[in-house]
Design a protein around this ligand. Structure first.
Ligand SMILES: [Zn+2]
Length: 96
């Protein structure tokens, strides 16, 4: 679950125990997106919409070892080179 401005809340009733690590990785990428663009609206604008921001979060989570990528699964494809570049930059983002 996403909550602005820079807070993520995980609902233990909505996530299976064996999915927690993967969900945290995906949500951590969202935090990096938000830290880069300041708000969720700005994140969506930067990526061309919510779905694309979700795809990049899945790509970042995959780079960090996640095998749970629901948005990629829904799209029926893998990450493009550009999406991986965005995701990689987010994983390497320095704290500010
Ligand atoms: Zn997400």
């Amino acid at each position: 679950m996403w909550a602005e401005p820079l807070l993520v809340i995980l609902n233990r009733d909505a996530i299976d125990c064996d999915e927690v690590r993967d969900v945290v990785l995906h949500e951590w990428i969202h935090l990096q997106q938000a830290r880069t663009h300041n708000t969720w609206d700005a994140v969506q604008a930067a990526y061309g919409g919510q779905q694309q921001a979700e795809i990049v979060a899945d790509c970042g989570a995959r780079l960090l070892g996640s095998e749970l990528t629901p948005y990629l699964d829904e799209a029926g494809r893998g990450c493009t080179a550009a999406e991986l570049d965005h995701a990689r930059a987010l994983t390497q983002r320095q704290a500010s």
